[in-house]
Design a protein around this ligand. Sequence first.
Ligand SMILES: C[S@@+](CC[C@H](N)C(=O)[O-])C[C@H]1O[C@@H](n2cnc3c(N)ncnc32)[C@H](O)[C@@H]1O
Length: 257
Amino acid sequence: MISKYRINAYLKYRKTAVSKHGIHSPFVYDLVTKVFLKKKEKYGEDVAEDYRTECILNKESIDVLDLGSGKSGPRKIASIAKKVTNTPAHGQLLYRIIKYIKPKKMLELGTSLGITTYYEASACKHEKFISLEGCPQTAVKAVSFFEQNKLNVTVRIGNFQNTLLKALQDLEVVDYVFFDGNHQENATVNYFETCIPFITNNTIFIFDDIHWSAEMERAWEKIKMHPKTKMSLDLFHLGIIFFREEQKEREHFVIRY
Ligand SMILES: C[S@@+](CC[C@H](N)C(=O)[O-])C[C@H]1O[C@@H](n2cnc3c(N)ncnc32)[C@H](O)[C@@H]1O
């Protein structure tokens, strides 16, 4: 069930969100028209969606260790596939963004079953993609899916607290980071700050569920106001951060999506 908090947050978003006609920045206008609004262009979804269906039909339970919500215990794979993973539309959006920006070094916090990871990893020829997951049994399922499909993704199992910095050091720089793990304020801001020393001018950070809760909204505000942040885009379900030095004045856009 959608919480009252999210409904109110959505109504607030709809009031302020602008369409492509309200965007003065050529960089953002291009992103909106060439990437965000190309919703009918479908790529790479057969494999990911066949796998989602297979997971939804899977009656097996696994022992879930959720280091974010603390809700650990047996859980049906079907329930994870239905309730935890991003929707096909969001997978497609990430696919289009990645295809457009062509990152070489990619990082994801929160692999889960690997459905969204498939969209991300199949969108471009990257050098290295590390995806972090805290739940060993969920990660095993994702790894076997990646192996079957020969995806260039390395899954590292453990608490982000222990795996994030090492992954960043191994990547040396990050061009793309998707934050979809622990949806708590301090943790989210902390992961963001840990990634900052590894950014380049063209790095893009994408945060899932920035309006999920008051905590996530506070985290999003702090991230937007961080001295390194040059531009933020709020698409309601996702928040995107850019660090481009050519952007002289910091700007924030709330975009109708
Ligand atoms: C929302 S799910 C990720 C969904 C996935 N990106 C998708 O769209 O299919 C979040 C995942 O992050 C993992 N997680 C949460 N907090 C974590 C932490 N502190 N360390 C490691 N993994 C964590 C959970 O086990 C869960 O699988």
